[in-house]
Design a binder for this molecule. Structure first.
Ligand code: ATP
Ligand code: MG
Length: 493
């Protein structure tokens, strides 16, 4: 706050709040009279007798200046000043001293008191003048303090006119941009901007002119040596005491390192996703391979066995019926083994997925689930979902299986419903159950590997998987996967 502002506050309609801390009623009365007599200065004088009362009063608003006797019933000497100044460092204090303790009063001034007055010596006009100066000095000190906060800030704090001409430039700005204050004052702010950005800068000033209270944005700036740096800007109006817009302040923070770190992180995330995708692909391929091997090798062996049993059966000695029974049983066992092989192969790689597509495979899995667990499983499949490619089908199908496993293991449900549809370039799958419902902490548990796996499978395709409790009962797993991946402007199928 400058001198004019201080003068203005003294002259303004609001009376000056004066707190007199003085245990001697005679002295207090004299001070009160001095203010009452002064017609130029509107004041409201309050009087307390002890430090503790003063402390209570200072805890509330409305005190502009303190007149402080250092010898109080509950505090003595310099300590009295330290207590008051410590509580309200921004409020100017004028020490009231006796003739015999002037040295202490001088010490108080050295510690930050604005002035001291020797009681009984100064005429009342001097007292009031001392108070007015104390306030002005206090304001000037505040302004200096603010100026040094600005000057030593690590952020660049730059003042510019409404035409974009730089008029103040702190040390933070010197450090970030490399220009010294004397080199840039009077120059246009365009020196910080690349050509394209400069137009934006002028547009920003226009927005402030039209009354916007502040603007935050991330952009690029140029340093003195021509480097481009990432900065976060806050642009605000500068106004004079009358409230008129006189310029624009710009606080800028160099975020280049943070940006770079973010980019590195994003790259490594993308790599991780690619790796997961590759691993998933390999796993699925291996499963398919095992499924084929088991089917072909074991299948042939079992078929061979079956044929041999048939051969034996034909040539069997009819006198030994127990042989026929045994062969019958062996044939049954082989049939069971064939069925097991078929089942194992289907688990490893649901052939339906390759043969008839995702919808049919989901229907089959729903039916299987119902038979195995006794939990009703309804599939609502919108028929258009026919064009899912093989890899996305596998992802969706595996997520469905994982969701079903969770229902069977945790939900205590009697009904599961799965819907599959395609809309606006996305595949959607929702699996809901009517069980006990998942809790928020279970959803966000960093050790819920099943759930994490489901999310990661979705992420491979830049998809999204959400798991939540349903409002009334049960759990909902919802999946959204784009039909095609968008990569650097091109569509990747
Ligand atoms: N449909 C559901 N209904 C209620 N709770 C569920 C459901 N699905 C998951 N949960 C809860 O979320 C937890 C985390 O699931 P997650 O699949 O990650 O682990 P898990 O099934 O316990 O073990 P796994 O790693 O073998 O899958 C479960 O332990 C369970 O408490
Ligand atoms: Mg699980």
């Amino acid at each position: 706050m400058d001198g004019r502002r201080a003068e203005e506050s003294i002259m303004s309609e609001k009376p000056l709040g004066v707190l007199v801390v003085e245990d001697n009623p005679g002295d207090a009365r004299l001070i009160q009279e001095a203010f009452r007599e002064n017609v130029q200065l509107k004041s409201r004088v309050e009087w307390v007798k002890t430090l503790s009362e003063a402390s209570v009063r200072l805890g509330q608003a409305g005190v502009d200046v303190v007149l402080l006797d250092l010898s109080l019933p509950d505090s003595q000497g310099l300590e009295t000043f330290k207590q008051v100044h410590g509580q309200v460092p921004e409020v100017p204090v004028v020490v009231l001293s006796g003739l015999d303790d002037e040295t202490v009063a001088v010490k108080a001034v050295q510690e930050g008191a604005q002035d001291y007055i020797v009681k009984g010596q100064s005429p009342s006009a001097d007292l009031v003048r001392a108070v007015r100066y104390a306030i002005e000095r206090g304001h000037a000190q505040q302004a200096l303090l603010l100026a040094s906060i600005v000057e030593f800030s690590e952020d660049a704090i730059i003042g510019q006119s409404l035409e974009g001409i730089i008029h103040s430039w702190n040390r933070g700005a010197e450090k970030i941009y490399g220009h010294r204050a004397c080199e840039v004052k009077g120059k246009p702010i365009s020196i910080l901007f690349t050509t394209g950005n400069y137009k934006n800068a002028l547009a920003l000033i226009t927005r402030i002119r039209h009354g916007e209270p502040s603007i935050n944005l991330d952009t690029n700036h140029l340093t003195k040596d021509g480097r481009s740096i990432n900065v976060t800007l806050t642009i605000s109006p500068i106004r004079n005491i009358g409230g008129q817009l006189t310029g624009v302040s710009m606080i800028s923070r160099d975020t280049t390192e943070r940006k770079q770190a973010e980019e590195v992180l994003e790259r490594s995330r993308a790599q991780l996703r690619d790796l997961t995708a590759r691993m998933e692909g390999i796993r699925e391929e291996e499963k398919a391979l095992i499924a084929r091997e088991v089917h072909d090798e074991l299948g042939q062996v079992l078929t061979g066995l079956k044929m041999d049993i048939a051969w034996l059966n034909k040539r069997l000695n009819r006198d030994r019926p127990e042989f026929a029974v045994k062969l019958q049983s062996m044939s049954g066992i082989v049939d069971g083994a064939v069925e097991s092989v078929r089942k194992i192969c289907t688990e490893l790689r649901p052939g339906l997925l390759d043969d008839v597509g995702l919808s049919a495979a989901i229907e089959w899995q729903a039916q299987e689930f119902k038979e195995r667990t006794g939990i009703q499983c309804v599939a609502i499949l919108i028929p258009e979902v026919t064009s899912v490619d093989r890899n996305r089908s596998t992802t969706i199908f595996r997520i469905f299986q994982e969701a079903l496993t969770n229902v069977a293991r945790h939900a205590q449900a009697t009904l599961v419903q799965v819907t599959l549809r395609e809309d606006a370039g996305y595949f959607f799958m929702e699996v809901s159950d009517n069980g006990r419902g998942i809790t928020d902490s279970q959803v966000s548990d960093p050790k819920a590997w099943g759930l994490i796996g489901m999310r990661e499978r979705a992420l491979i395709w830049a998809g999204e998987l959400k798991i939540s409790a349903l409002p009334h009962k049960g759990t909902l797993v919802s999946l959204k996967i784009p039909r095609a991946l968008e990569k650097k402007g091109e569509l990747v199928k």
